[in-house]
Each structure stands twice: as structure tokens, then as C-alpha cells.
Design a protein around this ligand. Structure first.
Ligand SMILES: Nc1ncnc2c1ncn2[C@@H]1O[C@H](COP(=O)(O)OP(=O)(O)O)[C@@H](O)[C@H]1O
Ligand SMILES: [Mg+2]
Length: 284
């Protein structure tokens, strides 16, 4: 497949120029963002999005200026979890104004752009066999656009909620010039550990450091020790967030659990994980 740089003459549409301009916009936008941290896991359904929403709430409660980019283009959940679903996007000359959660977290998600619940995101490819390559390219393009065209303003922290898959971090690390690090999420099951062990290896190879491993849904079932997994992998263990049905219910209502039930063990655990991340970042 041709890369944009290979297209010598493109009929005057100046694709190369457009991409360069977007890259420049991305750099200047992100210059106002102090730290960018990706939340990752090879496994789906382990609570990457819940953790992202919970951490964003912790940092916002602490007075930090926080943004969340929902990088899960095919299964976006951040707008729902942060209670901004259905908000009208305001587009100005400077870009798209992201809606803010009740705690002031700025959110950008494909969910805010898709017309209806039932419409999935489809990548148009010239042929079916090309659609896989195309999807990767289009996803990277869409993320670049999201990052470059959103008016994030000045932020202390921008959290990226990634889709499941070990390879996703590499795409994001290539896009985001100064990715500060990644947080890997697992749950107490052998199946999850099997996959997450690989994600840690991949994350460790990315340009950004692995800030640590979080065990989510702790206590839901007896399973292997996440602290041991972190130790074996040579990365910090950031803590365990207990399974709490109220946390899931709050997310479904778009409410911040840590603000709703600050004394609940899961809220305390989220604050401890946030503190660990802050320490790993040198107090972001
Ligand atoms: N600690 C927890 N306690 C209870 N439910 C949780 C917890 N973490 C996540 N969930 C629930 O599990 C489901 C999957 O979580 P989600 O954050 O969407 O996972 P992922 O982003 O990794 O696919 C959601 O319904 C969420 O509310
Ligand atoms: Mg998710």
C-alpha cells in the first residue's frame, strides 16, 4: 500500500501537506498537556475504561486539569462512564470543544460523533482483503485527528483509554510524541494473566515506560497474584481495586464512584493507584 509520502502528485489535494499540518497541530496542542498516560491491557473487559474514568475523577478531585481521550474507536465507553453522552459538540475555528464531566474532566470519544447507538464504525476499504491494513491506518488517522483537533487547552494529565490488544500501545506511542507512560490492567484470572503477561512485554518495548500493573475486580474470584506477575515482569505493582457492583452501577449512570462513595474500599484503592501513578510520574 502506498504511504502518503510515496504519492508524488496527488491531483492538487496536497495530502502530504495536510498530514504535515495536522502533525504540527498535534504537536502544538500537546505542548499544553503536561503528561499523557495510556491505560492498556491485552484483555478486554478487565476494566481499562472504568479505571481510566476512576483515575480521571481522582486527579480532578485533587485539583488537576484532566482530559480523557477514548481511543477505543469501535467500543467507545468513556462518554457514557463520564456522563457526557449525547452532549452536543461545539466546533469553533480552533477545533472541537470537548464536553466536561461533572468533575470537570474533558472528554473526547467517537461516541460523541457517531449518529446512533446501533451504528458501528466501519472503515471503507477498496477490497475486503485490504480492510485489515486499512483499519490500522484509519484508526491511527482518527486518533491523530482526535488529538490534534480537540481543544484540550492546558492539561496536567491526559489519559488515553485504549482498546484491548497488545499492539495498540505501539500505534499510540508512535503518534504521541511525549507519551509519559502506560498503566497495565489485569484481573485475578489465569486467562487474563496469560494475555496480560504478553501485553507487559509489548508495553515494555514501547518508547514510554510502564508505570505499573493494576489488579482490577480484586476478590471477585480466587486467582493468581497480580503482585507476583508484576514482580516477575519487573514492573511496579500499583495496587488492587476490589470488585464492587456499585462501581459498575455508578459507571452505568455516568457518575464518578470516587466522588459518590469516597470511603468505599474501591474508591480508596483508586486513590492509592492514582497516588502511585503520580509518584511514578514525579508528581504530575
Ligand atoms: N472494580 C470493579 N467492580 C465492579 N465492576 C467493575 C469493576 N471494574 C469494571 N467493572 C465493570 O466491568 C465491566 C467492564 O469494564 P470496562 O471498564 O468496560 O472494561 P474494558 O474497558 O477493559 O473493556 C463494566 O461493566 C464495568 O462497570
Ligand atoms: Mg474499554
Amino acid at each position: 500500500m502506498k504511504r502518503y509520502r510515496d504519492i508524488a502528485g496527488d491531483g492538487g489535494s496536497d495530502i502530504a501537506g495536510q498530514v504535515e499540518a495536522q502533525q504540527a497541530r498535534l504537536r502544538s496542542r500537546l505542548a499544553a498537556v503536561k503528561r499523557i498516560v495510556a491505560v492498556v491491557s491485552g484483555k478486554g473487559g478487565v476494566g481499562k475504561s472504568s479505571l481510566t474514568a476512576g483515575l480521571a475523577a481522582c486527579f480532578a478531585t485533587d485539583g488537576r486539569r484532566v482530559g480523557v481521550l477514548d481511543a477505543d474507536l469501535n467500543g467507545p465507553t468513556m462518554a457514557k462512564m463520564l456522563g457526557v453522552r449525547g452532549r452536543q459538540l461545539v466546533v469553533t475555528g480552533a477545533g472541537v470543544e470537548p464536553p466536561r464531566s461533572a468533575l470537570g474532566v474533558k472528554v473526547m470519544s467517537m461516541d460523541l460523533l457517531l449518529p446512533t447507538d446501533a451504528t458501528p464504525l466501519e472503515w471503507e476499504a477498496p477490497t475486503q482483503s485490504e480492510s485489515h491494513t486499512w483499519r490500522g491506518t484509519m484508526e491511527a488517522n482518527a486518533l491523530r485527528e482526535f488529538l490534534a483537533d480537540t481543544c484540550w487547552g492546558e492539561l496536567d494529565l491526559l489519559l488515553l483509554d485504549l482498546p484491548p490488544g497488545a499492539d495498540r500501545l505501539a500505534t499510540v506511542a508512535a503518534l504521541v510524541p511525549g507519551l509519559a507512560g502506560s498503566v497495565v490492567v489485569t484481573i485475578p484470572s489465569d486467562v487474563a494473566h496469560l494475555v496480560v503477561r504478553r501485553s507487559i512485554t509489548v508495553a515494555a518495548r514501547a518508547r514510554a515506560p510502564v508505570l505499573g500493573l493494576v489488579e482490577n475486580m480484586a476478590g471477585l474470584f480466587p486467582g493468581p497474584d497480580a503482585a507476583a506477575l508484576a514482580r516477575e515482569a519487573g514492573i511496579p505493582f500499583l495496587g488492587r481495586v476490589p470488585f464492587d457492583p456499585e462501581l459498575a452501577a455508578a459507571a452505568d449512570r455516568g457518575e464518578a464512584f470516587v466522588a459518590l462513595r469516597p470511603e468505599a474500599p474501591a474508591a480508596r484503592a483508586l486513590r492509592a493507584v492514582a497516588a502511585g501513578i503520580r509518584a511514578a510520574l514525579g508528581d504530575a
